[in-house]
Design a protein around this ligand. Structure first.
Ligand SMILES: NC(=O)c1ccc[n+]([C@@H]2O[C@H](COP(=O)([O-])OP(=O)(O)OC[C@H]3O[C@@H](n4cnc5c(N)ncnc54)[C@H](O)[C@@H]3O)[C@@H](O)[C@H]2O)c1
Length: 359
């Protein structure tokens, strides 16, 4: 039997995602023990703890941090609490994985990054789409220079009918910070920036719409709390954002929680030497990627075979993070989350003012 001391993990927020994702992701790892779950609704924390065989449940996260002194903390609460809880957990001596979106405001994301640096702990953001085989392939091709210079990326995360937690914090602007762009657009913004190699963004222009939520249409089934209409819903349900970069590249991100279109996720990458289109809806989930290239002067379309990924996105990122805790930077470093916060804040400001925002 191993005598290795186990890392103690604790999860704040026992909604749908934390209990389904973070706890089992830690429990796969032989050097980690989940010691506590916290939820402001104690019965929810207790139920999650009981279901997963976790010994302790708390209603107050500060009490949990003080009593359990965890080495690893997952912040899985409504968006408005991410910054405050992450900073408190880092200051208590833990490494932290914070759910997306990292923070409502760029200055909060910067404070989170600065705190991690100050206390010498790792902070990572749960961009759980990065381990997908299709995204790994695009990133690898980009890193290897196969695209040449990437000058345009089109990234879409579109739902026909998927407004989460209607009437809950998800549709409350003060608690969520925003709707479709902050909730799901952030995943594709992150994927695009990562594939592009995080060039420096210089300006953002965006339009935002709320055509369905206020009419209690286009509702989905996510979130621990959902209330019947009429309820508060003052967030966007579609945002279109254009980001320009110092290197001349352009990124278009479209996010919708609800719209009259086919649900689907897509990313197109155009480079000077090659292009790619990852579009499971059109291409099928078995072979979602098409590569566009030239061979002997003729245009060719290549369909890569992708390896099967055996574990969930959360399991994969948590495993990689825990493996690399001794490194100066997490595999998904928090500054990359902060860049998404900077761009999204500018997108909402642009949508509100009708102006292009210079960063
Ligand atoms: N990475 C992903 O793919 C992914 C997927 C879904 C959700 N998320 C993110 O995870 C976070 C939580 O989402 P969810 O779907 O689990 O929401 P949810 O509404 O299902 O659960 C949130 C939980 O937090 C609890 N909570 C609220 N305030 C609290 C406080 N002060 N202290 C402790 N607990 C508190 C609530 O009682 C609730 O149980 C959000 O930021 C969301 O964007 C990420």
């Amino acid at each position: 039997m191993s005598t290795e001391k186990k890392l103690k993990a604790a999860v704040i927020g026992a909604g749908m995602i934390p209990t389904r994702s973070h706890i089992p992701a830690y429990q796969r790892l032989s050097n980690v023990q989940v010691v506590a779950v916290c939820d402001v609704k104690l019965d929810r924390a207790q139920a999650a703890a009981k279901a997963a065989g976790v010994p302790n449940a708390y209603a107050d996260y500060k009490e949990m941090l003080a009593k359990e002194k965890p080495d690893l903390v997952s912040v899985c609460t409504p968006n408005m609490f991410h910054a405050e809880m992450t900073i408190a957990a880092l200051e208590s001596g833990a490494n932290v994985i914070c759910e997306k979106p990292m923070a409502l405001k760029y200055k909060d994301a910067q404070a989170m990054v600065a705190t991690a640096k100050k206390v010498g702990k790792q902070l990572t953001i749960a961009f759980s789409n990065r381990p997908r085989a299709d995204m790994q392939l695009l990133r690898r091709y980009a890193e290897q220079g196969l695209f040449g210079d990437i000058y345009y990326v089109n990234a879409q995360y579109l739902r026909r009918s998927g407004i989460p937690g209607y009437g809950s914090w998800f549709t409350n602007k003060d608690m969520a910070g925003g709707g479709s762009m902050l909730d799901i657009g952030v995943h594709y913004l992150d994927l695009a920036l990562w594939i592009m190699g995080h060039p420096k963004p210089v300006s953002v222009a965006a339009s935002s719409y709320a055509k369905f939520g206020p009419r209690a249409m286009g509702l989905g089934g996510w979130g621990a709390d959902i209330l019947p209409p009429p309820q508060r819903c003052d967030v966007d349900d579609m945002v279109v954002t254009r980001v320009m970069f110092e290197n001349g590249a352009t990124l278009l991100v479209q996010a919708s929680w609800a719209a009259y279109l086919k649900s689907g996720e897509r990313i197109q990458v155009l480079g000077t030497e090659m292009g790619a289109d990852c579009y499971p809806v059109l291409n099928g989930t078995d072979h979602p990627v098409r590569i566009y290239d030239d061979m002997n002067g003729e245009a060719v379309e290549i369909i890569p075979d992708l390896p099967r990924v055996a574990v969930s996105g959360h399991a994969a990122i948590i495993e990689e993070w825990v493996k690399n805790l001794d490194k100066p930077e997490a595999p998904i470093p928090a500054w990359q989350g902060a860049m998404t916060a900077q761009i999204i804040e500018a997108a909402y400001k642009s949508a509100e003012t009708g102006e292009m925002i210079k960063l």
